[in-house]
Ligand binder design. Sequence first.
Ligand SMILES: [Zn+2]
Length: 332
Amino acid sequence: MTVTDTSGHPASDAREGSDAPVLAIDIGGTKMAVGAVDPRGEVLAAYRVPTPSGPDADGEALYAALLDAVDHLPYARDAFRAVGVGCGGPMRWPAGEVSPLNIPGWRGFPLRWRLEADFRREVRLHNDAICLAAAEHWQGAGRGTGNMLGMVVSTGVGGGLILGDRLIDGAKGNAGHIGHVVVDQETPCACGGTGCLEAVASGPRMAAWAAAQGWRAEQEGSRTGKDLTEDARAGDGIAQAAFTRAGTALGVAIAGAAALCDLELVTIGGGIVQAGELLFEPLRTALHRHARLDFTRNLKVVPADLGQDAGLVGAAALILRGDAYWSADRAE
Ligand SMILES: [Zn+2]
């Protein structure tokens, strides 16, 4: 995927090997983040805006908001050597046509192609959870670990798989999608399946389960994952049971992944990590019960290390560490 400028010369690699920063873009359902990332992976500047929503937030309005955010960075558009993007799924990969579940205005939106046309640089785009896994492996809790699963547990449950120090893509770029690994036989999942980890352990599904048990029965407007964490800390039995249930499901899914992939490490990021031992204690109990083989027994499960810049670092990693995290387009 090389962009050609009007003179017919490839423009995408014009700054390859230079010190010019990478433009990193991290797009989620609630916010869009853009940043300039230097070759060592340091975020030099970042800018965040709420993701437009509502009836006016069509494909073009969303894209215009993204370009406007980039123009708030203290760099000209042609100052970047390339563009790395993490975006909520699903998407056609590596074509980069995105249909994020939480961004209804983009359905089959050709984000990679549009950015290539506007910036005249190489653009690499991957699932946001995969970018977070790459970030943790490159700069975070997974540094020095060759075989890991980087998970995010938030509005959804996602992940990225790294084996032999390389990101594993799978046939369509979805390897590591642990949110839809099956952990029980009955819980209906938004994907149409039954018993998926995400249907038990995502923030909204945890809160919904607790509400169904009678948690905050009169307070429908304040039943978020954060509320659930606060109540569990304060000793609410139903809220604590929701964390035990979610932590157990995470432990079961991680035990399966460990056996399948011979992992050394699992990192967990996302809002749920704030709950600390409320989540990790039942997680470890389930993991120890199910992961009994010699090679799975010592698996480490730790909170993700990188903060709010993790998505930008991971998006930049697609460019800056393409040897490890970008296998598409190799034939070109
Ligand atoms: Zn599912």
